[in-house]
Design a protein around this ligand. Sequence first.
Ligand SMILES: C[S@@+](CC[C@H](N)C(=O)[O-])C[C@H]1O[C@@H](n2cnc3c(N)ncnc32)[C@H](O)[C@@H]1O
Length: 256
Amino acid sequence: MEELKTSIKYPELAIQANKEEMLSNMAEFIQPRKTDVLLDIGTAMGDAAFALADHVKTIHGIDINPKYLAKAQKMATEKGIGNIEFKIGTADGLEFPDDFFDIVICRLAIHHFSEPVKALSEINRVLKPGGKFEISEVVYSDFVRSQWSIINHLKEPYDRLYTYLELVHMLNRAGFEIISIRPFNYKTYRGVTKWLNTWFGEGNNEPKERMKDAILKLDKRVLEEMRFTKDPDPEQGWVWYYNCMEILSVKKAKPA
Ligand SMILES: C[S@@+](CC[C@H](N)C(=O)[O-])C[C@H]1O[C@@H](n2cnc3c(N)ncnc32)[C@H](O)[C@@H]1O
């Protein structure tokens, strides 16, 4: 780990704050119309939905976590945004009719889905033919993904990283045609300590230590690609960066 410590570029850590910039670029990438009806899957606290609210007619934001949705709803009220409906729902069983949406977005959520293939098939079903599907997702090399999946079972069974090619193949198989790809302009970093607290709680140290040990024992090339470094902020502990990709696809028309 010595080499990694010395390669820390501290000023770069500040870049994590560019979430707003990334969100404001979404509309430019997706090119929504004022008449569009949009579904945001895994909306959490509604960040992406809020960023697009002015650009479309209505938004449905769904998530399996009611606590996040309550916060999203509170924020919508505070912001005076009236065209978003937040409700509980799961990606793999969408409670919407066929050919209903003009746009579906899914930002940093697919790697949490227990049934990603079913979810993509559901998204394809509820989109109108020619409708747009935008994914923002964390992507790493095949090597990193396979190494990381070895330790992911220590946390939750479904959280996994996809490679860019896996995502593209999944989209193609689910009936989408990719029309545009760009690196997701969002260099964030996650503090390992805070991240593990969200999964295991503040006091429960044993599984956190086990997970941290497992991470630090990963192949050096993995730690380099994920840019594991020790944060100057002791609250954070070890940190790593997300590499992200934004993919825009359209629902292919069914053969006549
Ligand atoms: C990292 S958060 C997404 C953040 C949000 N999209 C944004 O842009 O700020 C991932 C979300 O996916 C949700 N999620 C996980 N599995 C889901 C599923 N099967 N259906 C819908 N949402 C799901 C989680 O509850 C969580 O809120």
